[in-house]
Design a protein around this ligand. Structure first.
Ligand code: NDP
Length: 474
């Protein structure tokens, strides 16, 4: 008997995923382009389960049961194509390739189509949870044909995180659906982290609290509605002391955020779909601004801010409420984007399933996702989470605090792009009539783009005279 599944690409993610598979009793073949990683895995962890190491892809493929199930866990982009090109001549019809990296969903669509023409199955599979998740139970989002998912369902649901007896793995939809929702998950993660960073900034630059004090605040917040992996981790990071200097670690970390691209991809896709995902997009911009350290340092010396000011009573609790309300908006936007993509690409993605499999294993795991799951159980066709009774009430209850925090941030000159954008979205979304009538009027004036009216069906254009007066209508 051969191995039930193989993993090629044994950097941190592939190695941990292979160990996770082996620890659950599935015989697993392992391979890496450079042999040293394979050797190291076997030397260190070979006794954790039934591993079959291979030094060549030929041996690797030959050691697998049919249909062959191969997880590709290499660097996203060209390397995935390179590995597929090497594997294809060695495979037979019905074999299944599982790309577990952070591939762009358009690449996945292309690969799935090309491989299907050769009788091979391709599952573009989002894996969330970082290296710890890969080892102990990630959230897994496979996308591809039903025929490809069925033979790997048992392994994937077994190695995934489990919450209340439910695995954090589910078939998301065809072709690029799995990688799309993983991308959107990461986009939401960007927004979540940006909101947390803004809350921290308000408490430190605004309220003058120290990192250890803010760590304690986050610990308390983690006992309420905000309970989540990211809030808990924020408390840990803020509470950590740098051994070399004795200062809070966060105070000695350079304030330039890096990015690998999934947040930017989410924002790009949202722009193309015409879905307003302002919190995620602001989070991407905030990282970009943070990276302009030299310019910021120069600007800090010459651009004046407000004269000064203080934070109002009850500010810490108000920041907590503002964080929660902004987070609801960020998730509402992210879920709306996934629904729009699902409609655009015909994926039939179920948002309730996403909320369910993101409750464990992944970086955005949170108590909050149970509420989202319940909202979609109440109303599977819910167009926007803000229209669910629970979230409507949660945001309504937080809105005074939310406005106070954004006002204070403006007065103090503390930038809160994601808090502010979320509040602006909320105010824009709840307006039955907004100022776009004027935009349409302007477009009609200089470009004859026409407009529709509130009192009559049809398309209208006003003939504007040279001096801007209406000369005739219709
Ligand atoms: P890396 O993204 O750092 O990729 C390194 C691996 O890719 C090595 O095994 C390397 O082989 C292999 N590789 C690179 N180029 C080629 C090539 N041309 N042919 C064959 N193999 C190649 O590894 P990670 O483990 O960090 O991530 C793997 C995937 O998982 C990525 O898509 C990543 O975005 C995604 N991911 C990562 C997470 C994380 O926390 N790190 C979380 C979730 C997803 P060699 O050893 O020979 O150089």
């Amino acid at each position: 008997m051969g191995s039930q599944i193989g993993v090629t690409g044994l950097a941190v993610m592939g190695q941990n995923l292979a160990r996770n598979i082996a620890r659950h009793g599935f015989p697993v073949a392992v391979h890496n382009r450079s042999e040293s990683r394979t050797k190291q895995l076997i030397e260190r962890y070979g006794d954790e389960g039934d591993f079959t190491p291979a030094t060549s892809l030929e041996d690797f493929v030959a050691s697998l049961d049919r249909p062959r199930r191969i997880v590709i866990m290499v660097k996203a982009g060209g390397p995935v194509d390179a590995v597929i090109d090497e594997l294809v001549p060695l495979l037979d019809r019905g074999d299944i390739l599982i790309d577990g990296g952070n591939s762009h969903f358009e690449d996945t669509r292309r690969r799935e189509k090309a491989l299907a023409e050769r009788g091979l199955h391709f599952l573009g599979t989002g894996v969330s949870g970082g290296e710890e998740g890969a080892l102990n139970g990630p959230s897994i989002m496979p996308g591809g044909p039903d025929d490809a998912y069925a033979p790997v369902a048992e392994i994937l649901t077994t190695i995934a995180a489990q919450v209340d007896g439910t695995p954090c793995a589910a078939h998301i939809g065809p072709d690029g659906a799995g990688h799309y929702v993983k991308m959107a998950h990461n986009g939401i993660e960007y927004a979540d982290m940006q909101l947390i960073a803004e809350a921290y900034d308000l408490l430190t630059s605004g309220a003058g609290m120290s990192a250890p004090e803010i760590a304690q605040t986050f610990e308390q917040w983690n006992e309420g509605d905000l309970e989540s992996f990211l809030i808990e981790t924020t408390a840990t990071v803020l509470g950590h002391t740098d051994a070399a200097t004795g200062r809070p670690l966060v105070d000695v970390i350079l304030d330039e955020a890096e990015q690998k691209g999934t947040g930017r991809w989410t924002a790009q896709s949202a722009l193309e779909l015409g879905v307003p995902v302002t919190a995620i997009t602001e989070a991407v911009y905030a990282r970009a601004l943070s990276a302009r350290k030299e310019q910021r340092t120069r600007a800090a010396g010459v651009l004046p801010g407000p004269a000064g000011g203080s934070t109002p009573d009850g500010f810490v609790d108000a920041v907590r409420d503002a964080l929660y309300a902004s987070k609801v908006v960020a998730y509402a936007q992210g879920f709306e984007q996934m629904r729009a993509a699902s409609d655009e690409y015909d994926w039939n993605v179920d948002p309730g399933t996403l909320a369910t499999i993101w409750r464990g294993g992944c970086i955005i795991r949170a108590r909050f996702l149970d509420r989202i799951k319940e909202a979609y159980e109440r109303s599977p066709e819910l167009p926007n989470l803000l229209l669910d009774d629970y979230f409507r009430d949660a945001v309504a209850g937080a809105q005074d605090a939310w406005r106070k925090v954004v006002r204070t941030a403006v007065d103090l000159g503390v930038p809160t792009p994601a808090f502010s954008a979320s509040l602006a979205y909320y105010d824009g979304f709840r307006r039955e009539r907004g100022p776009a009538s004027l935009i349409q009027g302007l477009r009609d004036y200089f470009g004859a783009h026409t407009y529709r009216r509130v009192d009559r069906e049809g398309v209208f254009h006003t003939l504007w005279s040279e001096d801007g007066r209406e000369v005739s209508a219709d």
